[in-house]
Ligand binder design. Structure first.
Ligand code: PRP
Ligand code: URA
Length: 213
């Protein structure tokens, strides 16, 4: 967390930072970009899920009985903001295989930079689950704020956001709109350009993941 952005956690582990450098390079292949996003997401996921509440359960080891910790409450809800969020969803599902999964289809209108919704399917009982929104890019945060609005309308109370890169403009906007939402990221970049792209950034995450233009 930083004094300027109290709801932002930058995961500055050397492995994360090294892999992010490889992702930023413009000439990497689609396969490499996808593989690195998966690897970084596993490391970010570890931090995002660090404070899940635990309870204990009586179990029998082969030698004796013990009270052993397990995650309390209802299963997590992971909500992927399409398309690029799917590159972070699969690795999070490796960490939390019983999680419920939602999809929110949003794309940015290139002129207005406002999100356009084209799909929404969310898990039930969001009020009782920690909700993790995943999307690699938080630029203006228009998409992320719309996504948080949507899950809160469906009852979500504990909402966290996992991203790869953030712009300061987007972090500020999210903190104003939803100060209770913690954002986890690999890096806070310098600024947005006049087309709403993160600088220095890594370009269009969806296009780089899926090999589109
Ligand atoms: C990208 C990204 C975020 C959004 C971030 O998606 O994956 O969803 O832009 O920008 P914002 O913070 O200014 O809203 P895009 O709209 O390009 O859709 P895609 O994932 O289908 O490529
Ligand atoms: N979306 C992206 O994929 N990249 C950016 O830099 C900004 C929004």
């Amino acid at each position: 967390m930083t004094a300027e952005h109290p709801s932002l956690t930058i995961v500055d582990h050397p492995l994360v930072q090294h892999k992010l450098t490889l992702m930023r390079e413009k000439d990497g292949s689609t396969a490499r970009f996808r593989r690195l996003l998966r690897e970084i997401s596993l490391l970010l996921g570890y931090e995002v899920l660090r404070d899940l509440p635990l309870t204990s359960r009586r179990i029998e080891t082969p030698l004796e009985a013990m009270d052993s910790p397990e995650i309390e409450g209802k299963k997590l809800a992971l909500v992927s903001i399409l398309r690029a969020g799917n590159g972070m969803l699969e690795p999070l599902l490796e960490l939390a295989p019983s999680a419920r999964v939602g999809f929110l289809g949003l794309y940015r209108d290139h002129e207005t930079l406002q999100p356009v919704e084209y799909y929404c399917k969310l898990p039930s009982e969001l009020a009782a689950r920690p909700v993790i929104l995943v999307d690699p890019m938080l630029a203006t945060a228009n998409s992320a704020v719309a996504a948080v609005d949507k899950v809160k309308e469906s009852g979500a109370q504990d909402v966290r956001m996992m991203t790869l890169l953030c712009a300061p403009e987007g972090v500020r906007r999210m903190a104003e709109a939803h100060p209770d939402v913690r954002v986890f990221t690999a890096a806070l970049d310098r600024e947005l350009n006049d087309k709403g792209y993160i600088l220095p950034g890594l370009g269009d995450a969806g296009d780089r993941m899926f090999g589109t233009k």
